[in-house]
Design a protein around this ligand. Structure first.
Ligand code: TYM
Length: 327
């Protein structure tokens, strides 16, 4: 049985990028795999957070996990700060990675392109190591993530290899599983960049957004200079992005989207896309509300998951401590 693990950072609203690149795929094969999904809330501290907001968002994300179909009886759902083994292994692994490796992480490089790294928080610099701890604690085989996280999973793999070479087989080598489409959903106002919850509202669609706003945003989405609806990411990045979003929400392949809209114009396509996404989100939102409105139930799901997670994580941590010589 393979172990599948992934997480969502509670730093802002969830977008359709998070959904198509990652969450949508998580409920698949839950019964056949050992599936672990979690809210890496201590990762959120790499940027200053309002404490009440952080707490609220953490619970929101657990409710979103349930809303997309993660089943607490088939998967382990946990909140990272409540399973201290993550933080402990993180410190140990920090000593199995170099400054050079972390400097090469694209996310860090992008953030420090304009300013020097001097003013950056150490937590932001080495959070990929915490992510490695999240993954390696559970003997994870596969990490279903969007494109932007694949490099971090590769780092976890390198850290695991290094540790195993010194102390003998300890960690399973994880690999990122990135969807063939939707792995990097782009901004609606500028398809050169990844859609992200930290950009201006017009650039993304949030999972909690109402139908009217969703339709309006797709209507305003930028398009390419000609008028055909053909998937050509290099020459027609804006339309290619919208086609991927349509395919992801309709659960059809790219060729099918091209066929449906072969004789149609951009206006009609964007209207249909807006309506499709709005309708799918409305269904997800109903599920979200159902889970989010019962905080007691939500907490009991988290506690059940934390207990199961701790059993696995503490065992691995104990093994690591013995190997490195910690009492
Ligand atoms: P986070 O919270 O930024 O993103 C959660 C997931 O959503 C994917 N994603 C996207 N996919 C496609 N298009 C987009 N525009 C887009 N934006 C985000 C991300 O690739 C990710 O899969 N460090 C992680 C959280 C984390 C984690 C882990 C993940 C912590 N520990 C261990 C896996 C395993 C993060 O910040 O993801």
């Amino acid at each position: 049985m393979k172990t599948v693990l992934s997480g969502l950072k509670p730093t802002g609203e969830m977008t359709i990028g998070n959904y198509l690149g990652a969450m949508k795929h998580w409920p698949l094969n839950q019964g056949d795999n050992r599936s672990i999904f979690f809210v890496p809330n201590t990762h959120a501290l790499t940027a200053r957070q309002d404490p009440a907001e952080l707490k609220k968002r953490t619970l929101d994300l657990v409710a979103w996990l349930l809303a997309v179909g993660v089943d607490p009886d088939k998967s382990i759902i946990l909140v990272q700060s409540m399973v201290p083994a993550h933080a402990e292994l993180f410190w140990i692994l920090d000593n199995f990675v170099t400054m050079g490796e972390l400097h090469r992480m694209t996310q860090f490089k992008d953030k420090t392109k304009k300013t020097s790294s001097e003013g950056q928080l150490v937590g932001f610099f080495n959070y990929p190591v915490l992510m490695a701890a999240d993954i390696l604690l559970y003997d994870t085989n596969e990490v279903p993530v969007g494109d932007d996280q694949a490099q971090h999973v590769e780092l976890a793999r390198n850290i695991a290899t290094r540790f195993n070479n010194i102390y003998g087989e300890t960690f399973i080598l994880p690999k990122a599983v990135v969807p063939s489409h939707g792995a990097r959903v782009k901004r609606l106002d500028d398809p050169r960049y990844k859609m992200s919850k930290s950009d201006r509202p017009d650039s993304y669609v949030a999972l909690g957004e109402n139908a009217e706003s969703v339709v309006k945003k797709f209507k305003r989405a930028v398009t390419d200079s000609d008028t055909t609806i053909i998937y050509d990411p290099k020459n027609k990045p804006a339309i290619a992005n919208l086609i991927e979003i349509y395919a992801g929400f309709a659960d059809v392949d790219i060729a099918k989207v091209e066929k449906i809209f072969a004789a149609k114009g951009y206006g009609e396509f964007k209207q249909a896309l807006g309506e499709l996404v709005a309708q799918k989100l409305a269904t997800l939102q109903l599920e979200f509300e159902k889970y989010r409105s019962n905080e007691e139930k939500l907490m009991s799901i988290i506690e059940q998951g934390n207990t199961r997670a701790s059993q696995i994580a503490n065992k691995k941590l104990a093994e690591v401590k013995i190997k490195v010589g910690l009492l």
